[in-house]
Each structure stands twice: as C-alpha cells, then as structure tokens.
Ligand binder design. Sequence first.
Ligand SMILES: CC(C)(COP(=O)(O)OP(=O)(O)OC[C@H]1O[C@@H](n2cnc3c(N)ncnc32)[C@H](O)[C@@H]1OP(=O)(O)O)[C@@H](O)C(=O)NCCC(=O)NCCS
Length: 332
Amino acid sequence: MRLTRIAGTGHYVPERIVTNHDLAGMMDTSDEWIRERTGIVERRFASADQGSTAMGVEAARAAMAEAGWEPADVQFVIFATVSPDMYFPGDGVLLQKELGLGTTGALDVRNQCTGFLYGLSVADAYVRMGMYDRVLVVGAECQSSGLRLDDEGRDMAVLFGDGGGAACLEVTDGEDGSALIWHQLHSDGRFAEELCIRKPGAINRPWLTAEMIEDRSSAPFMNGREVFRNAVKRFPEVINEVLAEKGFTKDQVDMVIPHQANLRITEAVRKRLELPEEKVFSNIEKYGNTTAASIPIALSELVDSGTVERGHLLCLAAFGSGFTWAASLLRY
Ligand SMILES: CC(C)(COP(=O)(O)OP(=O)(O)OC[C@H]1O[C@@H](n2cnc3c(N)ncnc32)[C@H](O)[C@@H]1OP(=O)(O)O)[C@@H](O)C(=O)NCCC(=O)NCCS
C-alpha cells in the first residue's frame, strides 16, 4: 500500500517584530482594539530585501534538514502563497532555483488561507498514485508589503504578518501508522469579492493604472463580518466532515491545528466542537494571520516543542478568501 507521511517540517519568521503599539504609532488603532477583536499582540514583517520565496526557502531548508533530505531527494515542489515575488512566474520555480533542484517540477497554488491544505492534498494524491516518492510543500507569505499602514488601511493592516512553513512528504507503507488519512476541500465563489485584492488584474484594460493605487482598489479588501460569520460555520463543518469520512470522532484527535485567522474565530470553533483549550492550537498572538504559511508554521512549532509526537492524530483546518475551506486528517 502506498501512503504519504510527513518526514519533516520547518518554519521561518523574519526577525523584525511589529507590536500593536508600533502599529498604533502609524495609524488610528490601539493595542486594546487589536487584542480584543483578534488576539494578536505582535507580528513579523520581512526586511526590505525579503519576499515570500526567500522565507519559503528558509522554511524548506529547515524541513529538509529535519527529514534528512538532500536537494536531489526532492521530486516535486508545491508552493502556496497569495503574495508571490512576481505576478508571474510563481514562487515555485524561484524556490526551485534557489534550492538547486535541477529541473524538478514546481506547482503554484493560489488558494489563499487554504493554500497549504490544498497543496498537501495534491502532494498526497501524487504520492499515493506512484507519481512521486518525495514532495516538498511550502506555504509562505510576504503580506507586509501589500498592507496600507495608515488609517484607511487599518482594518486589514492589523491582522496580517509574514513568514513561511514547509513540510517534506514521502511515501510510506503505513506500517508504523504515520500517514496522511484524508482531505476535504470546499469553495464557494459567490463570496469571492468579500475578501480580495480586486486590482490589478487582466480583466482591466490596461491591467494596471496609477488610478488603481490612488483610489485604493489595489489594496486588500475584506468584509470582516461576512468572513467571521462564514468561518465559524465552515470550520466546524469541515472538521466534522473529514472525521466522519474516515470513521473518527473528535475525541480521538490529539490536536486541531486551525489556520490562524483570528483568536475569536478559533475560540468560537473550539466551543462549537466542544474541545478543550489544549487541543486547539493558537499562536496568532505572535504572528498574526500569515495566510498560507500559518498552518505549516504552527505544525512545525508543535513538532519542535515536542507537543506533537509521532502517532498523534492531527486535524488541520483552514478557511479563507474564495471563500475556500478545507481540512486534512493525518497521523503524524
Ligand atoms: C475584522 C474584525 C476584527 C472587525 O471586528 P468588528 O467587531 O466586526 O469591527 P467592525 O468592522 O464592525 O468595526 C468596528 C469599528 O472599529 C473600527 N476599526 C476597524 N479597524 C480598526 C482598527 N484596526 N483599529 C481601530 N478601530 C478599527 C471600524 O472603523 C468601526 O468603527 P465605527 O463603529 O466607527 O464604524 C472582525 O470582523 C473579524 O475578525 N473578521 C474576520 C477577519 C478574518 O479573520 N480575516 C481573515 C480571514 S482568513
């Protein structure tokens, strides 16, 4: 039997810490407002010469070191990000070059906060079907360069941060019990414009104008209440779905690792699922929302701290722009 296991995880966050107080010096906001509504205390911002590829590369190197992989071991790369270094090509090929992976294939995933889980499901399918034995999956974001750090941009600016996470996935016969089990993937494009960057885009002629910067249509837009309302419904739904699909109950799960969108969302989900605090992970106070990077950063931290051990049943779950939502069940 061909199954997929996580052989190694890694993460990287930039050195620069930006506290809520720092943001309050740039825009009309306060530490109290941000903490109360989001649980965020600080986040990391990349240095001027760092993009999402560079952070993804650092995370990938850490994951490969943990897995004992050399560059020649990587047979395929999947890179999830909403903040690529270039409009095209994607970060996958840039990382591929940086890591010296020869002509290894590279796929970019544009699925926002669920990008890492969508990527994981693709990697799992490739490994199970025998196409590859070892796939590197990366989620990394440089959100800080796209945020408007002023009064008008404050609703989004206080939420997001930068960083990268990665996982090395390899084939297993499943005998030691360590394997990815199942994935549930959903989307509802009716909500596409509730959380988006509308412009620039190739639907416009020309696709980029100075006006787009001036009228702020190129800034991230979010209908916060709509996101909140859907997130607290979809997270529990998809977690229950992935468990039921393979006959598990929520009490068997050792750790739920949700996308770090907002502590209030995580808390609402935890309560709806009636799970104890120690079984639903949160590190949003340190990093804010790092979009596609948040789940692999969380997983890597949990492995590094010894909180997650081999044999633990993990449920990874995400919700975000699209709207898209997803869950992956795995035995670490
Ligand atoms: C964004 C969110 C925290 C806003 O909380 P909220 O209670 O809905 O707040 P509102 O948007 O109604 O804004 C309340 C007030 O705070 C103001 N405000 C918005 N951002 C602010 C900020 N950073 N600092 C201070 N005040 C702010 C608003 O202008 C509004 O003022 P008004 O009452 O004078 O109009 C909340 O909607 C949320 O968590 N949504 C989900 C966001 C998310 O997780 N996104 C990522 C998904 S992957």
